[in-house]
Design a protein around this ligand. Structure first.
Ligand SMILES: [Zn+2]
Length: 121
């Protein structure tokens, strides 16, 4: 089980959880300042895939340069480089569009619409 410490990015945690757990096919457990990932089967979760997914997500919201993703043992820490955390209005809750059928997540509504077509073939 991996723990992702996201106290510096708490305002985007729920979106991050959706994105990352989808990328690594893991089951997330939410805590106040962190979330855990448990693998679906008994295989160990590839930490590098998780780190890459977190970085991709931060890039996608334009925060890639402002945060370092540091791993030690089974903990991955998302650390603000400048000390500044992401401030966001809690509503609207998400800029991500996710597929109601399979959980596919994207930043772009058009991409989701294209994706949804595969479910209606
Ligand atoms: Zn889908």
């Amino acid at each position: 089980m991996l723990t992702i410490d996201c106290r510096d990015v708490a305002s985007i945690k729920s979106e991050l959880v959706v994105y990352v757990s989808d990328q690594v096919a893991a089951i997330p457990t939410l805590k106040i300042h962190e979330f855990m990932l448990s693998s679906l089967n008994d295989e160990k979760i590839d930490k590098n895939v998780v780190i890459t997914a977190i970085k991709e997500f931060l890039e996608s919201i334009g925060e890639g340069r402002n945060f370092a993703v540091i791993s030690s043992n089974d903990v991955i820490l998302i650390k603000s480089i400048s000390g500044k955390t992401i401030e966001r209005d809690p509503s609207p809750p998400s800029e991500l569009f996710s597929c109601i059928h399979c959980g596919f997540v994207t930043n772009y509504e058009i991409e989701l619409q294209n994706h949804m077509k595969i479910h209606y073939l």
